[in-house]
Design a protein around this ligand. Structure first.
Ligand SMILES: NC(=O)c1ccc[n+]([C@@H]2O[C@H](COP(=O)([O-])OP(=O)(O)OC[C@H]3O[C@@H](n4cnc5c(N)ncnc54)[C@H](O)[C@@H]3O)[C@@H](O)[C@H]2O)c1
Length: 318
C-alpha cells in the first residue's frame, strides 16, 4: 500500500514546514495538508489541501477515505500562552482532536499516527537540569496538563489496542517561515524579527530564563525519523524527550550582536514568565538517541546565522 500522509493543523508554525518537507520526500500528491484556515502561498500551491476541523471525527474520516490515507500527523492544538487565556477551549481542542485520531487508528482507518507532546508536560516539581525521560510530572498549565494526559492516552491506545502512535516532547521551536502560534518560547523568534526591523527587543521573559530550544529543521528531522523508525525501535509510546540546545534571552542577544552589532535587549516580563519558570532548563534525550538514532545538527550560533540571513532576504523581497 502506498504511503499517503494527512497533516491536520498543517498551516501552523511546524505543520507548514513539515508538509513541505514530506512533500519533497514523498511527492506533492502523497501529502494532504489540512487546517481550519488557509496557509502560506507556498503551502497552498505545493499540493492538495482540505478544510478539516480536528474536533469533527467525520470530516477527518471523509478525507482519510477519499485519499486512502495511511499516516496521520496531528499538529492542531492550542499552545501554552493562549491556552492560559482560554483554558476550557484549550482542553477541548487538545483532547478531542487526539481522541478523534486515536479512535480512527483503533478502528483501522489508517496505520501510523504522529502526535507531538511538549516540555510543558513537566512542572515546578520536576528536576530542572537535564530532566530525565521518566521523572516527576506535575504540569501547572492547561496546555501541559492536556499534553500529559495525551501522553497517557497514547500509551494506553498502544498497549490496549495496538495503535502505532509515535510522539516527541518538542522543546521551543524556532523558525523563520511561519510565525509561532502563541507559545511561551515565541520570544526566541520575535527577537530575530525585531533585531532586523528596529535593532532592539523588549523580552517578555527575564534575563537568566534558560529554556530548551530547537531549530525547526532539527524538529522536522526528528519527526520524520521517529515515523520512519522500525516499530520495535520505538520503545516509548507515551512521548520521547528531545533536545538540541538551551539558552537564555541574553545568550541569544549576544549571538545576534555578533551579526547586528547595534542590537539591544531590554526585559519586561509578563504572565509567560511563570510558565517558563515551571519548565525544565535542559533535557536528557538519551533515550531518543539510543532507540531511534536521534542526533541534532543546529546550535545557537548556526541557528542565529540562518534566522538573520533568511529573514533579511525575506524582508528584502517584501
Ligand atoms: N511550536 C512549538 O514551539 C511547540 C513546542 C512544543 C510542542 N508543540 C506542539 O506541536 C504542534 C504544532 O504546533 P505549532 O507551533 O505548529 O502550532 P500553531 O499554533 O502554529 O499551529 C496549529 C495549527 O492548528 C490549526 N488549528 C487550530 N484549531 C484547529 C482545528 N480545530 N482543526 C484543525 N486545525 C486547527 C491552526 O489553524 C494552526 O494552523 C502542537 O501540538 C503543539 O502543541 C509546538
Amino acid at each position: 500500500m502506498n504511503t499517503c500522509i494527512l497533516i491536520i493543523g498543517a498551516c501552523g508554525q511546524i505543520g507548514t514546514e513539515l508538509t513541505l518537507k514530506l512533500r519533497e520526500i514523498n511527492g506533492d500528491n502523497a501529502v494532504i495538508a489540512s487546517d481550519i484556515r488557509e496557509g502560506s502561498k507556498e503551502l497552498m500551491k505545493s499540493g492538495p489541501f482540505e478544510f478539516i476541523n480536528a474536533m469533527e471525527y467525520d470530516s477527518i474520516l471523509n478525507v482519510i477515505e477519499k485519499y486512502k490515507v495511511t499516516d496521520v500527523y496531528l499538529m492542531a492544538a492550542m499552545l501554552s500562552a493562549t491556552g492560559e487565556k482560554f483554558p476550557a477551549k484549550a482542553w477541548e481542542l487538545n483532547m478531542n482532536s487526539l481522541f478523534n485520531v486515536l479512535n480512527l487508528a483503533k478502528e483501522g482507518k489508517f496505520k501510523k499516527l504522529f502526535w507531538p507532546s511538549s516540555i510543558a508536560v513537566f512542572g515546578p516539581t520536576t528536576p530542572k537540569e537535564y530532566t530525565p525521560q521518566e521523572t516527576v510530572m506535575e504540569p501547572s498549565t492547561v496546555y501541559g496538563i492536556s499534553k500529559q494526559a495525551g501522553e497517557r492516552w497514547c500509551e494506553y491506545y498502544f498497549n490496549k489496542f495496538g495503535v502505532d502512535v509515535r510522539s516527541i516532547r518538542y522543546p521551543g521551536i524556532i523558525s523563520w517561515k511561519t510565525n509561532p502560534g502563541g507559545g511561551t518560547t515565541d520570544y526566541a523568534v520575535e527577537i530575530y524579527h525585531n533585531a532586523l526591523l528596529i535593532g532592539k527587543y523588549n523580552s517578555f521573559l527575564n534575563k537568566g530564563t534558560k529554556l530548551p530550544m530547537m531549530y525547526m529543521d532539527d524538529a522536522i528531522e526528528a519527526t520524520i525519523k521517529i515515523m520512519d523508525a522500525n516499530p520495535e525501535d520505538v520503545k516509548i509510546r507515551s512521548s520521547y524527550n528531545l533536545a538540541a540546545m538551551s539558552f537564555t534571552p541574553e545568550e541569544i542577544a549576544e549571538e545576534i550582536k555578533k551579526i547586528v552589532p547595534e542590537f539591544r535587549i531590554s526585559y519586561n516580563s509578563d504572565f509567560r514568565q511563570n510558565i517558563a519558570d515551571s519548565w525544565p532548563r535542559s533535557i536528557d534525550d538519551s533515550k531518543a538517541r539510543e532507540d531511534w538514532g536521534w542526533k541534532h545538527k543546529i546550535d545557537i550560533k548556526k541557528m542565529s546565522e540562518i534566522m538573520l540571513n533568511s529573514l533579511h532576504t525575506k524582508y528584502e523581497e517584501i
